[in-house]
Ligand binder design. Structure first.
Ligand SMILES: Nc1nc2c(ncn2[C@@H]2O[C@H](COP(=O)(O)OP(=O)(O)OP(=O)(O)O)[C@@H](O)[C@H]2O)c(=O)[nH]1
Ligand SMILES: [Mg+2]
Length: 180
């Protein structure tokens, strides 16, 4: 892929599991930026991310991918925008069963669309959801100007499922590189 290490970003609301997914994928080979969570009103968990997080995965046959996690809290918009501007692919992590998921995902897609070199986006359905819920979510997205965005299911704690999703995104990226 142009010789450079392909970079994939993880975005999504607070507590969806971006840091969890990065840990599942990269284990200890990651730089975390979690601190104790003082905003327990927004989410009850003990830690939250306050900067960019980086990890690297070896896809085998010498192919490596860098994965960057974003903070989910709104006050770190600028960190997310910076990571989006330097990423080739993005996983938008969502709990598609939640009514707010469509709006949150559309906001992120809009943020990506204004980048000079927009990254490829893929939605990760990161919480249990029925196929009807996933279908309804997909329909709502496709009615937007962003058109059809692929949706894959992956539990943030499941390395195998995440690696499959990374494989799909890597294929989409290499396909795009061939077309460009
Ligand atoms: N029920 C359930 N809980 C999960 C799952 N994945 C992660 N969790 C829990 O949900 C929380 C996710 O936390 P993080 O990975 O820190 O979330 P984050 O997206 O990095 O959050 P911020 O950095 O604060 O934006 C943790 O408490 C996990 O233990 C899941 O698939 N199901
Ligand atoms: Mg985090």
């Amino acid at each position: 892929m142009n010789g450079a290490l392909p970079r994939i970003a993880l975005v999504g609301p607070m507590g969806i599991g971006k840091t969890t997914a990065l840990r599942s994928l990269c284990g200890d080979v990651m730089a975390s930026s979690d601190v104790p969570n003082l905003d327990r009103a927004a989410h009850s968990k003990a830690f939250t991310t306050v900067g960019a997080e980086f990890g690297e995965i070896d896809l085998g046959d010498g192919e490596h991918v860098q994965v960057c996690g974003c903070p989910g809290q709104d006050r770190f918009d600028f960190v997310r925008q910076w990571i989006l501007s330097v990423s080739m692919g993005v996983f938008i992590m969502a709990d598609v069963a939640r009514p707010s998921a469509v709006g949150e995902t559309l906001d992120l897609l809009a943020e990506m669309a204004v980048q000079p070199d927009p990254p490829l986006a893929l939605v990760l359905s990161a919480r249990p959801a029925t196929s009807a819920q996933i279908e309804a979510f997909g329909l709502a997205l496709s009615a937007s100007p962003h058109g059809v965005v692929p949706i894959l299911e992956a539990d943030p704690r499941d390395r195998g499922q995440l690696l499959e999703a990374v494989g799909v995104l890597a294929s989409m990226l290499s396909l795009q590189n061939e077309i460009d």
